[in-house]
Design a protein around this ligand. Structure first.
Ligand SMILES: C[S@@+](CC[C@H](N)C(=O)[O-])C[C@H]1O[C@@H](n2cnc3c(N)ncnc32)[C@H](O)[C@@H]1O
Length: 318
């Protein structure tokens, strides 16, 4: 067995609440149906293809893009966390595609497949957690057949404007600079602690070119989430429902807090700044809860994810 790099994600994927929030709710927010469609065309997906989803979690990406390879295709999900794979299979069953799916426990650094096994190899929001993402990319390339597509989706926080707008707070320029500083310190700290790299998406196009992938291309996610009373459209009502659930789940001191503290400290934030930030976020949470109850909340924001893909040099299949 090869030496396995030590990944130290601060996220506990065994925690059901974390799983619900990150692997289910947040997934609805990233790619629009139009983008899913157009990316499938860019990846040149066709029925009969064999697909690998590295770090599949609950199989969001496998189900989303794998269905373009059905019927006749084979969809394989791999994750190092065995407990996630049972849910992944259950969700595939619910969508009626379980007969074409297979799940394997394993490591992104040592994929248990022979060279050239897959037509399409993807990783969706996994690289940000890897201590050695380039080693994982090499493995993905190895198991992809010549002419096959390799696609990596991930956070690219430095690649676009952070923040957004809501009707609960009118920050001054100084407050916005402070918020942004703390945001950058958190990212910097997470990287220093080797827990996560939320800018990894920005590095992917260069890494793909360096490895000789053909027709390298990239897209960022285009979705802007916005909510405004009277929450008339079905999309608004869905977003309001998930915002309500999120607000209901807010509990200061829960899982995010300690890891956030470790990260901002490692990123160089002083204790005064940390206290100011925590006070602000407590007040924000209370305001959000009140506005949700009163039905007055409005906001608009965009996440920053990139998808970078390319084709392994070699002959393409018919
Ligand atoms: C943010 S989740 C993304 C899950 C899924 N791809 C999605 O987008 O919903 C990251 C996933 O990567 C998996 N993972 C992290 N490091 C891994 C490694 N070295 N090998 C295999 N899986 C890994 C985690 O267990 C987790 O399921």
């Amino acid at each position: 067995m090869k030496r396995q790099p030590t990944d130290r994600s601060p996220i506990d994927y065994k925690n059901p609440k974390v799983r619900r929030e990150i692997l289910t709710r947040q997934r609805r927010d990233i790619w629009t149906p139009e983008q899913v469609e157009s990316l499938a065309r860019h990846f040149r997906l066709r029925p009969g293809m064999k697909v690998l989803d590295v770090g599949c979690g609950h199989s969001y990406a496998l189900r989303t893009w794998g269905r373009y390879c059905l019927p006749g295709g084979e969809l394989v999900g791999l994750d190092r966390e065995k407990s996630l794979l049972a849910t992944a299979l259950r969700l595939c069953r619910r969508e009626g595609i379980a007969g074409s799916c297979r799940f394997v426990e394993g490591s992104a650094y040592e994929l248990p497949f022979v060279d050239g096994s897959f037509d399409f190899t993807l990783a969706h929001v996994v690289f940000c957690h890897l201590a050695e993402p380039e080693a994982a990319l090499d493995e993905m390339l190895r198991v992809t057949r010549p002419g096959g597509c390799v696609a990596v989706f991930d956070n690219a926080s430095a690649g676009g404007p952070a923040g957004g707008w809501n009707n609960l707070r009118r920050p001054t320029l100084e407050q916005r600079l402070f918020d942004h500083e703390m945001y950058l310190r958190m990212h910097n700290g997470a990287r220093r602690l080797r827990q996560a790299d939320f800018d990894v998406g920005c590095r992917l196009p260069g890494w793909s070119e360096q490895r000789g992938l053909r027709d390298v291309d990239a897209r960022s996610n285009e979705r802007v989430r916005w909510l405004a009373p009277p929450y008339r459209s079905p999309a608004q009502r869905t977003l309001l429902r998930s915002t309500r659930e999120r607000v209901r789940d807010f509990k200061p001191g829960e899982y995010t807090d300690q890891s956030w503290l470790d990260q901002v400290r490692a990123g160089g934030a002083g204790e005064t700044a940390i206290r100011r930030c925590r006070r602000g976020s407590r007040r924000d949470r209370e305001r959000w809860a009140r506005a949700v109850r009163a039905g007055t909340l409005a906001f608009a924001y965009a996440g920053q994810f990139w998808c970078v893909w390319g084709f392994k040099p070699g002959k393409q299949r018919g």
